[in-house]
Design a protein. Structure first.
Ligand SMILES: C[S@@+](CC[C@H](N)C(=O)[O-])C[C@H]1O[C@@H](n2cnc3c(N)ncnc32)[C@H](O)[C@@H]1O
Length: 267
């Protein structure tokens, strides 16, 4: 996951091919569906179900990556799906994989969000990339009607220290938030939390499995992506595994429902 946020932006096809073997091996059979994260297919579908995604629900998936979670949800629930990601190469892969699904993908940096209203906004495994969560939440609220749902995962913890920032590859995409602060920000944006499930241990196990499988396939990955990239991937996965194991960072899956009209208008 982290590392993926920035490292893959311009060359996702190469990453997708080079990391495939390690990713497939890291998950139990049926649980890898192209996600670039620590969520299993089971967790993705469960969160979507708790956000009341069903046939015909309109879903906006922010930071959709190569479309793994989004296409799983669209196929399983028959929703109307719109994925957005800043990486053109990620969106190319997602589009190629979506031939049998009614969906739309766009290349865009968020915020702002695409115009229009959606029943559900998803943000899976990428909340940490947004330093200004208040601004992000205002935009998400403006994209939902009253009763609309925002379903996301979040990395909870105090901000990185200078030392941690120096050690974590691509740390410019790692903005942790204490849970109490996030809850205040959600409330201020008009949301009421309807689901908050801790998934730290599950994600730690996947992070460790990914680390082990990346190491096992290190020779091939290094030949394809370069020794420096392999080193960054190993370092970031090792650090995430450690942080999740020790409680330095906790992970939560959250559904928040918009229960008050957006507090302030968007610029
Ligand atoms: C860790 S991946 C997660 C992808 C997907 N949600 C999943 O769970 O498989 C993060 C994705 O967020 C995208 N991203 C990061 N910051 C973004 C931004 N501000 N606007 C749009 N996409 C962004 C990256 O290009 C990358 O595809």
């Amino acid at each position: 996951m982290t590392g993926v946020v920035a490292l893959n932006r311009d060359a996702r096809e190469a990453y997708d091919r080079a990391l495939h073997k390690a990713r497939v091996s890291a998950y139990l059979p049926g649980e890898f569906v192209g996600q670039e994260s620590f969520m299993r297919a089971t967790d993705i579908l469960r969160l979507a179900g708790r956000a009341r995604i069903g046939p015909g629900t309109s879903v906006l998936d922010l930071c959709c990556g190569v479309g793994g979670p989004g296409l799983l949800i669209a196929r399983h629930y028959g929703c109307r799906y719109h994925g957005v990601d800043a990486s053109a190469s990620a969106v190319r892969i997602a589009q190629a994989r979506a031939r049998d699904v009614q969906c739309r993908f766009d290349v865009a940096e968020v915020p702002p969000l695409p115009g229009g209203r959606y029943d559900v906004v998803l943000l899976l495994e990428t909340m940490l990339a947004f330093p200004d969560k208040r601004d992000l939440l205002r935009h998400v609220a403006a994209a939902l009607p009253l009763g609309g749902r925002f379903a996301f995962t979040v990395e909870e913890g105090s901000p990185l220290t200078d030392r941690e920032r120096a050690s974590m590859p691509e740390s410019g995409t790692v903005w942790l938030t204490p849970l109490a602060e996030l809850q205040c920000l959600l409330k201020a944006a008009g949301f009421s939390v309807t689901l908050q499930v801790e998934c730290t241990h599950l994600h730690q196990a996947i992070a460790q499995r990914l680390y082990d499988e990346l190491r096992a396939d290190a020779g091939d990955i290094s030949r394809t992506l370069g020794a420096g990239t392999l080193d960054s991937l190993l370092t970031s996965h090792r650090m995430w595994s450690d942080w999740l194991r020790t409680g330095r960072v906790r992970k939560f899956a959250v559904v928040a429902e918009l229960t008050e009209p957006a507090a302030s208008s968007l610029p």
